[in-house]
Design a protein around this ligand. Structure first.
Ligand code: DX5
Ligand code: ZN
Length: 222
């Protein structure tokens, strides 16, 4: 499949959020990546339902909601109602992960599970067939603009092995420190959804940055 690009609005200008949403609407991007942080699972707080509702009002592309929160089950319906097309929960905070994944699907959303950098891919063996997407964190969750962790490539190899065995059409999303320089290598390693915050919104020309993430082979050859 052709890979997808999901700019993270965490790096947008919140005082000009509608402008930045229109920018994504008019770009080659596929999804909006929406980071929800609770200050408990991760040492940062981002935003909640009123902001997601406001984004949904203007967004013309699906909302890919990344829940960096404890007890996500309590809020799944509210995020679906706020406009989520897909919801990704963290393995590290879901003691009844199978139930949580079924709940996301029953709500009519794409179900994803995220792994922190230290969480082995092998832990997903008995759930991977039920998942639509796995999100590999390539930084420790909580902040945009961090440095990419190189061990991500090893995890992509592991997830490729697991998915070819149990779930060939799995979406594999990489999140954190993704830019024009590593995008091509990530896709070759098996990623098919690239999240990018700072490398898009801090670029001199965000539309070109997104286009380059959509076509990274051309960039790395130039
Ligand atoms: C980090 C978030 C990321 C973040 C990515 O906890 O999950 O989605 O916004 O930002 P960059 O691309 O700047 O690393
Ligand atoms: Zn994210």
């Amino acid at each position: 499949m052709n890979h997808l690009v999901a700019p993270s609005i965490l790096a947008a200008d919140f005082a000009n959020l509608q402008r930045d949403i229109e920018l994504i609407n008019n770009s080659d991007a596929d999804w909006f990546h929406v980071d929800i942080m609770d200050g408990v699972f991760v040492p940062n707080i981002s935003f909640g339902f009123p902001v997601v509702n406001a984004v949904k009002k203007h967004a013309k592309k699906p909302l890919d909601v990344h829940l960096m929160i404890v007890e996500p089950d309590r809020y799944l319906k509210e995020f679906r109602d706020a406009g989520a097309s897909g919801m990704t929960v963290h393995y590290e905070v879901c003691p009844n992960l199978h139930r949580t994944v079924q709940h996301i699907k029953e709500l009519g959303c794409r179900a994803g599970v995220a792994l922190n950098p230290h969480t082995p891919v092998a832990l997903l063996e008995d759930i991977i067939a039920d998942l639509d997407m796995v999100l590999i964190m390539s930084v420790n969750p909580g902040f945009g603009g961090q440095r990419f962790i190189e061990n991500t490539y090893k995890k992509l190899k592991d997830i490729k092995e697991l998915s070819s065995k149990y779930k060939p059409n799995l979406l594999v999303e990489v999140d954190g420190g993704v830019d024009e320089r590593n995008a091509d290598d990530l896709i070759i390693a098996g990623a098919n959804v690239l999240v990018a915050g700072n490398s898009v919104f801090s670029a001199a020309d965000p539309l070109t940055a997104i286009a380059n993430l959509k076509n990274p082979a051309a960039v790395s050859r130039s």
